[in-house]
Ligand binder design. Structure first.
Ligand code: SAT
Ligand code: MN
Length: 604
């Protein structure tokens, strides 16, 4: 079939010539059966989800309105970091923490994979906008995909369709996102519920503001507005334009005196980011509202403060462990409906279930592998990385300003990881540069949610290790410069938290979850200059009495232990930080080297 005869190709709802030319070029390469421009309407949602139900990809839930269960191919369940590439012209611009390939070589390889890859399928053109549509400079993108699952998910996760396309005019800049599951259909060939290819590529071309993804249908590999655009590509744009694209939740904290503070926080996976974003504070009178659970774009406002915008329109949260006890606001959001559940279990009466959803599982379930499950089975019902995808706007504690194009002024940035030892419950950095040092050396123990050994300490700078679109050393320098160019009194204060410290018997020293509000409260009181802290070699740590512990019966020894700065543990930490900094190489900014030397000196 020649391009001119592909149905739908000439139905072009835009006068943006370079967009039209690109769509035509992709259609000629991938040879789909038809081309559809997505308008983002409710009718389109009904058509697409209906098609997915007919194909056996989706099962319509009977217990949650307008919601669907979906199981992926068992091999296609998570981001594939070893298949993720930064294709900058020079390898030195990708740095030691990314896989790099020459952009020309990558295009040659991937072009051959894309050739004919959409045969027998529909090619969808999804215009979208990351962040508010009303932004002064809306952050536009177009994803071309042959996956209905992607179209349905993009309906939830982004502002997409006609309302985004209206902002393109004749020549607006946009990020080109190309995605194919890599499973062409021969005439008459029956489709599978989750088409994908064993070969996968997730390639970013930062200089061209372009993403090419092939072979996977899953989340961060396929919803290209998410990690690929809003972190990898946006981090490069942010460096050029003087702002930060970060892997951070955004929350609004209101005190009993009605004082409002906004907090952004970065944690590696499985450290409770979504739970913190939707916290129900354990201390009376304090209120948390949410603005985002995964990504924050931080830009300076005219008043010199740093403002955060969440580029996303939905939550793509880890399902296991989400329940009425751990995150009631997430549960309320999901019960509202309009959601897609991927790789969780399905109940006989048409509902979802996962480990932690409720205390007692139903007697019988269909697992994420589509297998029959009973209480006697010892298999997990849901994949540890199974996900819910649900609109932010329907979360009962979404702050009304979540869609404000100017964002919200950030008072505090939290970095956090999962560490059994060494890292106290909370440390306040001495200043911005020391805070950058804390973020750059952020570490976490691996959990069962990812493949590999459990309990190994890994560096995950700013929780951005797989998402920095350029050289990690340049990224640290950009963070330092961001502080240098600002009025220090207006910068957010930077804190380092660890909810996961344990005693010698492996028992958690801190209750976590809604009690974490006590740490937020202390941080706010530090900003307001009212809470006590001790000056330790690693930064400011609360005095034992500084945390509001009213209503908690945590023994004072536990509070002392969770706040302890153990100099011996820290001396053991130093070689690990040195090893990490060696990995970064020559581009490690001198100020971070100086911070390490100063820390060593204070510990000596
Ligand atoms: O796989 S995703 O990037 O979509 C989700 C995540 O890892 O946060
Ligand atoms: Mn994430």
């Amino acid at each position: 079939m020649t391009a001119a005869t592909i149905p739908g190709l000439d139905q072009t709802p835009t006068t943006h010539q370079s967009l039209l030319a690109w769509v035509r070029q992709v259609a000629e390469l991938t040879t789909p059966a038809e081309v559809v421009w997505c308008d983002g309407s409710d009718e389109e949602w009904r058509t697409i989800t209906g098609k997915l139900v007919t194909a056996g990809t989706f099962v319509r839930l009977r217990q949650k309105p307008n919601s669907f269960w979906c199981a992926s191919d068992p091999s296609d369940v998570a981001r594939v970091e070893d298949r993720t590439f930064i294709c900058s012209t020079y390898e030195a611009d990708a740095g030691p923490t990314n896989n790099w390939m020459d952009p020309i070589d990558m295009k040659v390889i991937m072009t051959e994979h894309y050739r004919g890859s959409m045969a027998g399928r529909t090619m969808y053109v999804i215009p979208f906008c990351m962040g508010p549509l009303t932004a002064e400079k809306p952050m536009l993108g177009v994803e071309i995909t042959d996956s209905e699952y992607v179209v349905a998910s993009m309906h939830i996760m982004t502002r997409m369709g006609s309302k985004a396309l209206a902002l393109f005019g004749d020549d607006a800049e946009f990020v080109r996102c190309l995605h194919s599951v890599g499973a062409p259909l021969k005439p008459g060939q029956k489709d599978v519920p989750w088409p994908c290819d064993q070969t996968k590529y997730i390639s970013q071309f930062p200089e061209e503001r372009m993403v090419w993804s092939y072979g996977s249908g899953y989340g961060g590999n396929a919803l290209l507005g998410k990690k690929c655009y809003s972190l990898r590509i946006a981090s490069v744009i942010g460096r050029e334009e003087g702002w930060l694209a970060e892997h951070m939740l955004i929350l609004k904290l209101t005190s009993p005196e009605q004082k409002v503070h906004y907090i952004a926080a970065a944690f590696p996976s499985a450290c409770g980011k979504t739970n913190l974003a939707m916290l129900e504070p354990a201390i009376p009178g304090w209120k948390v509202e949410t603005l985002g659970d995964d990504i924050a774009w931080l830009r300076f406002g005219e008043d010199g403060r740093l403002y955060a915008v969440n580029p996303e329109n939905g939550f793509f949260g880890v399902a296991p462990g989400t329940g009425w006890k751990t995150n009631p606001n997430a549960m309320r959001t999901l019960y509202t409906g309009n959601s897609i559940f991927t790789n969780v279990a399905l109940t006989d009466d048409g509902d979802v279930w996962w480990e932690g959803y409720s205390e007692v599982p139903p007697d019988r379930l269909t697992t994420w592998k589509r297998e029959h499950w009973t209480l006697a089975s010892d298999e997990l019902t849901s994949h540890p990385n199974s996900r819910y995808c649900t609109p932010i706007a329907q979360c009962p504690i979404t702050a009304p300003e979540w869609d404000d194009p100017n964002g919200v002024p950030i008072s505090a940035i939290f970095f956090g990881g999962r560490r059994a030892t060494t890292i106290p419950l909370v440390t306040e950095s001495r200043d911005w540069q020391h805070g950058v040092f804390l973020g750059a050396t952020l570490s976490s123990e691996t959990t069962a949610a990812a493949t590999g050994q459990v309990g190994v300490v890994r560096r995950d700078p700013m929780a951005m290790l797989p998402f920095i679109g350029y050289h990690a050393g340049d990224y640290f320098q950009h963070w330092i410069d961001t502080g240098k160019h600002a009025d220090a009194t207006k910068l957010p204060k930077i804190f380092y938290v660890n909810w996961f410290r344990r005693d010698a018997d492996g028992r958690f020293l801190w209750p976590g979850f809604s009690e974490n509000a006590r740490v937020l409260k202390w941080a706010i009181e530090r900003i307001e200059g009212t809470a006590p802290a001790v000056d330790t070699p690693i930064g400011w740590v609360p005095t034992t009495g500084a945390l509001d512990m009213k209503g908690l019966d945590t023994p004072v020894e536990d509070i002392e232990a969770v706040l302890e700065v153990d100099l011996d543990e820290w001396r053991t930490e130093i070689p690990l930080i040195e090893e990490w900094f060696t990995t970064i190489g020559d581009k490690l900014p001198t100020p971070l080297h100086d911070e390490l030397e100063a820390l060593k000196h204070r510990l000596a």
